[in-house]
Design a protein around this ligand. Structure first.
Ligand code: FAD
Length: 652
């Protein structure tokens, strides 16, 4: 590692030189750094805006899931079969499916060795359970905080190797030139001293592990303080893939937490109020006069958690739509109230659907009130909110239809390198999933991708970064422009907070689970206008807020690219799939009570073998649709593979 200081735009700026910089300290970023060091590349460092931020560190669920190959029992499973499951999610590349299946055991056992308490039986079998879109029992869990425990163990391992962590540095520009990455520019999130404000990294490789782009939405179940930074990657020319594919579901707003599983199986009453909390009413009764139908749908929401367009009619996803209508169209607030049953009447359990009746009976939870059922079935779920100041026994819980996971993201090859040489994307920021994915595959993909990127860098991308002279030749202009962008917003008023709020609200309203062609085109125009007038309209009155200017810039680019992807998808005549309802006037409404504007057509799956890719340049997006990389039959003859392995260490 070499550091020097140079003057740029009147600021003294440090330039650190490394072989590889990892951006982000979630489960994926920490694993990338740990693996790089282990494989022999020690000229590395980690940059993070906050070591304790991010989704992995701060999120969970009643049973946070990790997906891997079956490791118990006597029912067969194989790499090929798991890859097939992943591939069948639709719009998934076959090579990535094989990689994620093949290395799932290696990554899982490493986490076990690091001390993550995945449960096993007395013979050492890691017992699994079935998760959504999983034909086997491949899922496992270390409890509600699986990913948090992963970050703690991985951080311990990283620290034991003395890998340098630059904390409180927000990356504000990815420095690329002619399809090649040269480094990063960062701003200190807590230093206002001009000579400490900007920090630059000149590095041969970047492992970008900034997580999902949560910051583009206002309604999210991602933890507070997590934004992601995909916009910066698009700005640098990195290609996006499957950006239309997200997972949305019901989550509490404060704190942000998915209300899946027992929170719904306890069958709470749902009320809506006006914005001030008055005029409370049980809005779902207007739609479901037959209370037993309503009770069963609320129950089902427990294990049909993500909004799924296939489950609007027969399943429980109509509940998500009705909540969206209350909050986004009627501008009301929605709460789960565990103090009383829906309809304020005792539940006749015999009237429930067979599934809910049998479940509640088996759980011994045929109690009188939702709170009794919740506490009986899952006391920790009740305690979770109590520990955060919300006693569900006394107070209702505010919820909304929220963005939870981006299945798409930055496009990568089978070594998680993007179209930009030396720029790798791992974890949720990379788009390695398609329309559907089994629950728990996000954490697995993050571990496998970061391991493979580290392998590739260690084998194929060794050596130092370019000289300072070359570095500045390739990136000085970008650095100067980026400094100017933030500094020119200094004024005596603040507009950045209101602009950010407005931009994210608008995105949740029109670019979330319910998408309408005209609205999307309208919002795209607005975002573009804001991008073009950026420095003129964005104002801050405190130097410490420059980071917010860069956050807003990143957010607007990201929103523009995502909205453009949605518009292009609709333009191609595609219809509703996955976690999204695309409105279509010639479509159908499965319920009479739904407004005409919610008519939709189900996508027939004919596009499941096509992938949409996008590039952003000069405030414009260009699209390219390609076939998925097929799930190929490999040569499994041992001597052949052994020979190639001896020559290439399997990195080819
Ligand atoms: C409520 C909820 C429940 C979930 N449940 C599951 C589950 O059961 N199973 C499963 O597999 N997945 C689940 N997921 C998804 C999974 O948790 C995430 O996909 C995963 O944790 C992402 O890890 P990551 O390392 O890619 O990113 P993160 O953990 O989000 O880390 C991103 C890091 O990047 C840093 N960063 C971002 N931008 C910058 C910047 N500009 N400069 C510097 N640093 C930056 C952040 O500070 C952070 O350290 C869930 C997600 C949510 C929200």
């Amino acid at each position: 590692m070499r550091t020097e200081t140079i003057q740029i735009n009147g600021f003294n700026v440090k330039i650190h030189n490394y072989n590889t910089i990892v951006v982000g300290t979630g489960a994926a970023g920490l694993n990338a750094a740990d693996r790089l060091f282990e494989y022999g590349q020690t000229d590395i460092a980690i940059v993070t805006e906050n070591i304790n931020a991010g989704t992995s560190r701060n999120t969970g669920s009643d049973k946070q899931t990790y997906y891997k190959l079956t490791l118990s029992g006597n029912r067969p499973d194989s790499v090929g079969e798991m890859a097939k499951t992943l591939f069948e999610g639709g719009c998934m590349d076959g090579d990535l499916a094989i990689c994620e299946a093949a290395s799932s055991t290696q990554c899982f056992y490493r986490l076990v060795e690091m001390g993550i308490p995945f449960p096993k039986n007395r013979y050492g079998e890691y017992i699994g359970y079935k998760t959504d879109h999983d034909p086997r029992n491949r899922a496992t869990s270390a409890g509600p905080y699986t990913s948090k425990t992963m970050t703690e163990c991985l951080e311990k391992s990283v620290r034991s190797k003395n890998i340098r962590i630059y904390d409180k540095l927000q990356c504000i520009r990815v420095l690329t030139n002619n399809q090649k990455s040269y480094g990063l520019m960062c701003i200190s999130t807590n230093m206002v001293d001009p000579d400490e404000r900007y920090v630059i990294f000149n590095c041969k490789n970047i492992v970008y592990a900034t997580g999902g782009p949560a910051g583009i939405y206002s309604d999210v179940s991602y933890p507070a303080g997590h934004y992601g930074s995909s916009g910066l990657a698009f700005e640098a020319g990195v290609m996006g893939k499957n950006l239309t594919e997200w997972q949305y579901g019901l989550a509490s707003i404060r704190p942000r937490w998915n209300v899946s599983g027992t929170y719904m199986q306890a069958i709470p009453k749902m009320i809506s109020t006006d914005m001030q909390g008055g005029d409370g009413k049980e809005f779902l009764l207007e739609y479901f006069p037959d209370i037993s139908v309503l009770l069963s749908k609320i129950f089902l929401k427990g294990y049909q958690w993500p909004f799924d367009i296939q489950k609007v009619n027969q399943g429980s996803s109509i509940i998500d739509i009705l909540i969206y209508i209350e909050t986004n169209i009627k501008k009301r607030r929605v709460f789960l109230d565990y103090r009383e049953n829906p309809g304020n009447k005792p539940i006749d359990f015999a009237q429930l659907s067979q599934e809910s009746r049998e479940y509640l009976k088996a759980a011994g939870a045929e109690c009188q009130t939702p709170i009794e059922r919740l506490k009986h079935m899952n006391l920790p779920a009740y305690d979770f909110y109590k520990e955060r100041g919300i006693d569900l026994e006394i107070k209702p819980l505010e919820i909304a239809l929220c963005a939870q996971h981006n299945n798409g993201g930055l496009s990568v090859n089978s070594w998680w390198e993007t179209n930009i040489e030396g720029f790798f994307a791992v974890g949720e920021v990379s788009g390695t999933h398609g329309v559907y994915r089994p629950g728990g595959t996000a954490l697995n993909a993050g571990q496998v991708g970061s391991m493979r990127a580290a392998q590739y860098i260690t084998e194929r991308r060794t050596g130092t970064s370019v000289t300072t002279e070359v570095f500045l030749k390739k990136s000085l202009e970008m650095i100067k422009n980026t400094i100017m962008l933030g500094e020119s917003c200094l004024s005596n008023e603040n507009t950045v907070d209101a602009l950010y709020k407005q931009a994210t609200k608008r995105m949740s309203l029109y670019g979330g689970a319910i998408r309408d062609k005209d609205r999307i085109n309208q919002v795209m125009k607005e975002v573009l206008k804001e991008l073009k007038s950026f420095p003129a309209s964005v104002k801050i009155d405190k130097i410490i807020d420059i980071k917010k200017v860069h956050r807003l810039y990143d957010t607007l680019i990201c929103q523009f690219v995502y909205l453009s992807a949605m518009a292009d998808y609709i333009e191609h005549g595609a219809h509703s799939r996955g976690s999204v309802l695309y409105t279509t006037p010639e479509g159908e409404c499965p319920y009479e009570f739904l407004p005409e504007t919610f008519k939709f057509k189900l996508d027939n799956g004919s596009r499941n073998n096509r992938i949409q890719e996008v590039r952003f340049q000069n405030n414009q997006c260009s699209f390219h649709w390609r076939n998925v990389r097929e799930l190929k039959e490999e040569d499994y003859f041992f001597e052949n593979v052994w020979r190639i392995y001896r020559e290439n260490k399997s990195v080819y």
